[in-house]
Design a protein around this ligand. Structure first.
Ligand code: HEC
Length: 181
């Protein structure tokens, strides 16, 4: 009955020469079967050579320009993302009194203080990307283009908090005056 015994010796797809995830290996010096990436490997779609777009810096210095043109659609996207991700702490005007600090979390500074009004846009991009003090990084949650849209919207908030009647188009002034302060 040799065929019964031979039946257990097949080495095709039933018995593969392979490792299970994280199984030790006597073959490699470090004993790991899971090999580290070859240095310099970039996963498809993860090439980040545009320093301006991905870090908000050029030669290590915060930029004060956007890496692509900002239009109304981008600002509206920024408003939507800001209200979702930032307003719980920074509130919808960016003055730093969102619901989370009201419940005891550290208060963020207002976006309308002089230092932040003068800060280059690259600083805001960097804060969203890497976090800042008690504020955690949003890099895994907000893709780079959306981060820029949020930064542009922060500029809108800063402008509107410091606007005067002269900045309002004449046709809209009537409405504002009717509604009062
Ligand atoms: C969980 C609360 C929380 C959320 C959400 C949050 N922040 Fe903050 N943020 C903080 C706190 C707290 C600080 C002050 C950190 C410190 O000084 O330790 C801060 C600081 C900042 C600063 C000031 C940096 C400086 O130079 O002083 C900026 C700008 C900022 N946040 C932008 C954002 C943006 C944009 C978002 C949304 C993408 C966001 N934050 C979401 C809590 C938050």
């Amino acid at each position: 009955m040799a065929w019964v015994l031979l039946g257990a010796c097949r080495t095709d797809m039933h018995v593969q020469p392979r490792y299970k995830s994280l199984e030790p290996s006597p073959f490699f010096d470090d004993g790991r079967s899971a090999r580290p990436l070859v240095e310099g490997t970039v996963a498809r779609g993860h090439l980040r050579i545009d320093e301006h777009l991905y870090t908000g810096k050029v030669n290590g210095v915060d930029v004060d320009t956007f890496p692509f043109p900002m239009d109304r659609a981008m600002l509206e996207r920024g408003r939507e993302r800001f209200n979702i991700f930032c307003s719980p702490c920074h509130d919808r005007t960016g003055s730093g009194n969102g619901i989370i600090p009201q419940r005891g979390f550290r208060h963020p500074p207002s976006n309308h203080i002089d230092r932040l009004r003068k800060a280059p846009v690259g600083h805001f991009f960097d804060v969203i990307t890497n976090g800042f003090g008690a504020m955690y990084s949003f890099a895994s949650r907000i893709p780079p283009r959306d981060r820029w849209a949020i930064v542009a919207y922060i500029r809108v908030l800063q402008l509107s908090e410091n606007a005067t009647m002269a900045d309002v188009p004449p046709e809209a002034r009537v409405q504002l005056q009717r509604e009062g302060p």
